[in-house]
Design a protein around this ligand. Structure first.
Ligand code: ADP
Ligand code: ZN
Length: 636
């Protein structure tokens, strides 16, 4: 029972730019372990067939003429005493002992023969030989695997001597084929980068005046906002080669490799300058060198080398270093000093126009049918980043193919949008009738509170068709226009809407279900943010008691106050939630007839639109005394 505002989106990152991870050690280790396990098992199997005895036991048995059968096998003697042979001759249960050093087996066998004991020298039914062959085979296999991996990493030059060289990891594109036209929105970022392009085209213009251009710029923004794309576009616009490497590639292998990789990278770049060097995830190497995150000498060496190289190259050569990160706050200050990555270019989540443009860019090569309204989709996807939108468009195209159509229509886009936020519909989840009723009332509870309250976003869809994400139903609200600010009233309404589902369960059935857990989580974190960050509680007023970290990632806030204060915050959050819940219950109790009516309708239709909902609500509203309505209007 999800309650979605329609701005959730999956954070799947592009598959492109993914590079194989893991060291060279893995195959070797696997081979070794295999050999060990194998030989251990063989040994155990072999031993279990015999009882181990000592040489003196053997002599004793021999002197007492107790031997019935002797088998001489390489370094061991297998023998069976008469006693055992009588007990169970079929089982061949023999005992063995190490062969006496320098023991002359011929002499021994002659002696035994004289005593009337059968002596056998088996030809080769020798497990140890098989085992040896097998373990060599495994080892050689492992080595092959290892060589294969190494050579692939070395760019296929097939030389083991390539250890310590970094060529494999650097991706060089002579022409990226990407221009600013392929990057939608991001106008501020493009403007800042325009100068770099101009510089790459025409360095003399800048050096003639004596101007120094920044050697590097830092692209900062959430994952999937198009940082890599922008960097490629800069290379494309300037028509220069594009070197890319990910920060995490520097630090993974042997100590000392990172630094030599950096050196190599800049050497290679210098050969083809002017060019762009792009370092993705620079936070992996550029993490602050203070010891808060533990000492990592490899990372430090790499970072020092990087700083060194950046300081070292002459800007007039035309190398520009771009780096991307979504955690700028953890970068080492030295990286951000003037003359290094001193420019910070923010690559924001796109606004309405940006999303519309992104959709246009990605639908350029896709056949669209007449009814497609990209603006509607852009409106629905507040908060989505470029990568999400690219994904959405592709999903829609795939759906059109599945349905055997020639072009993508609006429904494809809408459905794939829902797939992105809620997973696909899962029609075969069987709910009991009672569960279905609960879900329906729960969802209508959300929707009705939203519809009856002022300051709420209009409901666009209510459904009780289960989705693969696990949601048994959801209510989708869609903002009419892009909003950047929320007022306290709007947030309070949102709280009421969020707890409206549980309120409906309680009011109608007097039960509480697990379906409300997501709502409760979201309501709680919203209420907490109101208290700790937005200054919207009576008790704490303007005092901030939490601070946000990783604003380009999850944007989570961490409590930043005394323990007593934190306990007080909890109480205040609880009070706010209780108030919202009481309000929601009152709204639903007061409009019980409407709640029943819409829920029954939803049970029959399974999915209803916002307009259908409002038709019910407005019919009811007309019966309200006009005076009251007017009073409400003026209040607003
Ligand atoms: P980042 O490096 O910021 O994580 P990417 O540049 O790798 O993100 O973006 C991933 C994909 O998302 C791109 O290949 C592109 O298809 C799409 N994309 C992201 N931002 C935009 C944009 N502004 N315009 C067009 N496509 C975009
Ligand atoms: Zn809910």
């Amino acid at each position: 029972m999800e309650h979605n505002r329609g701005n959730d989106h999956n954070k799947n990152k592009k598959p492109e730019g993914e590079r194989p991870k893991g060291g060279y050690f893995t195959p070797l280790m696997i081979a070794l372990v295999l050999v060990l396990v194998f030989s251990w098992v063989m040994n155990a199997v072999e031993k279990s067939q015999y009882t181990e005895t000592s040489i003196s036991d053997f002599w004793e048995a021999m002197e007492a003429n107790q031997l019935s059968e002797v088998e001489i096998q390489g370094d061991r003697i297998l023998y069976m005493t008469k006693e055992e042979a009588v007990k169970d001759p079929s089982q061949q249960k023999a005992c063995f002992t190490g062969l006496p050093h320098g023991g002359d087996t011929l002499e021994l066998s002659r002696e035994l023969k004289a005593m009337g004991v059968d002596v056998v020298y088996p030809i080769v039914e020798d497990n140890s030989v098989i085992m040896m062959i097998l373990s060599y085979a495994i080892m050689i296999g492992g080595m092959f695997l290892l060589m294969n991996m190494v050579t692939r990493r070395m760019g296929g030059d097939g030389m083991m001597g390539g250890f310590g060289k970094s060529k494999a990891k650097v991706y060089m594109e002579k022409q990226t084929g990407v221009t600013f036209k392929d990057v939608a929105g991001q106008d501020e970022a493009k403007e800042s980068l325009q100068e770099i392009i101009d510089f790459l085209h025409n360095p003399q213009k800048y050096t003639a005046i004596g101007a120094k251009l920044p050697k590097g710029a830092l692209l900062v923004g959430s994952p999937g906002t198009g940082k890599t794309l922008l960097a490629k576009a800069v290379a494309g616009e300037a028509d220069v080669p594009f070197f890319s490497i990910s920060g995490s590639d520097f630090v993974e292998m042997f100590v000392g490799m990172g630094a030599s990789r950096v050196r190599d990278l800049f050497q290679q770049a210098a050969k083809v300058a002017p060019c762009i060097i792009f370092i993705d995830e620079i936070d992996a190497v550029g993490r602050s060198r203070d010891n808060r995150f533990g000492n990592n000498s490899e990372q430090e060496q790499t970072l020092n080398q990087l700083l060194n190289e950046i300081d070292g190259f002459e800007p007039s050569k035309g190398i520009v270093c771009l780096a991307a990160t979504n955690r700028p706050e953890i970068l080492d200050k030295a990286l951000l000093r003037p003359g290094r990555f001193d420019r910070r270019i923010i690559v924001d989540r796109p606004n309405l126009q940006g999303r519309l443009d992104t959709l246009k860019v990605h639908t350029r090569k896709i056949k669209l049918s007449e009814d497609v309204d990209l603006r509607k989709i852009a409106q629905a996807t507040a908060g989505a980043v470029g990568a999400d939108l690219a994904n959405l468009v592709n999903e829609a195209a795939l759906r059109a193919v599945r349905k055997g159509r020639q072009a993508v229509n609006q429904e494809d886009l809408l459905v794939s949008f829902e797939t992105v936020i809620a997973g696909t519909e899962k029609k075969n989840t069987v709910l009991t009738d009672m569960e279905k009723r609960l879900v329906a009332y729960h969802e209508v509870g959300h929707a009705l509170v939203a519809a009856l309250e002022k300051h709420s976003q209009p409901v666009s869809k209510i459904t009780i068709v289960p989705h693969t994400s696990g949601a048994l139903g959801y209510t989708m609200q869609m903002p009419e226009e892009e909003k950047f600010l929320s007022t306290a009233d709007e947030l309070r309404t949102e709280l009421k809407t969020l707890v409206g589902g549980r309120a409906a369960e309680q009011v109608v059935f007097g039960v509480q279900t697990t379906g409300a857990s997501n709502d409760i989580q979201r309501a709680t974190s919203l209420a907490r943010a109101m208290v700790t960050q937005y200054g919207m509680s009576e008790k704490f007023g303007l005092m901030s008691t939490a601070s946000v970290q990783h604003q380009y990632l999850d944007g989570q806030a961490y409590m930043d106050c005394s323990q007593e204060m934190a306990a007080e915050v909890d109480k205040e959050v609880m009070r706010i939630l209780e108030a919202a819940y009481a309000d929601a219950r009152k709204i639903l109790t007061d409009n019980r007839a409407l709640l029943d009516e819409i829920s029954e309708f939803l049970l029959v239709k399974e999915t209803i639109t916002g307009d259908e909902l409002m038709a019910y609500v407005n019919a009811d509203k007309k019966e309200l005394p006009p005076a009251e309505e007017a009073a409400e209007e003026t209040e607003a």
